[in-house]
Design a protein. Structure first.
Length: 117
């Protein structure tokens, strides 16, 4: 799968992501491939599951920023919503939002695995 096809597959704006990287597809590809090795999501999962909502907030906020920089729009949106739900403790809908973050993350990682080298 090409980089552009990857962005289309996950419902993101390839052109906008490319612009963030100075219109360098090589640079965008390099950084988006590194996303799979990032530990933020595993730390978010662990902290959320252990009800450490202060750490979960920080991890959701970090994930939101990573996704914004890489143009991973769906995951950025769901992690942003989770960030807001955790900002002052834990909102009633935090578990539902965490489920959406997990689903969007899994979709993104699955699509990343199909990227051409």
């Amino acid at each position: 799968m090409t980089l552009e096809a990857f962005y289309n597959e996950i419902g993101s704006n390839y052109s906008a992501a490319l612009m963030r990287m100075g219109n360098s597809e090589k640079m965008l590809g390099k950084f988006v491939r590194k996303f799979t090795g990032d530990k933020t999501m595993s730390e978010l999962n662990a902290s959320f599951d252990s009800e450490d909502y202060s750490t979960a907030f920080r991890m959701a906020h970090t994930l939101k920023g990573l996704c914004a920089n890489l143009g991973l729009d769906k995951l950025q949106k769901s992690s942003s919503e989770l960030t807001e739900a955790l900002r002052n403790g834990v909102a009633d809908n935090a578990a539902e939002l965490m489920g959406q973050v997990r689903a969007d993350y899994d979709m993104t990682i699955t699509a990343l695995a199909q990227l051409d080298e």
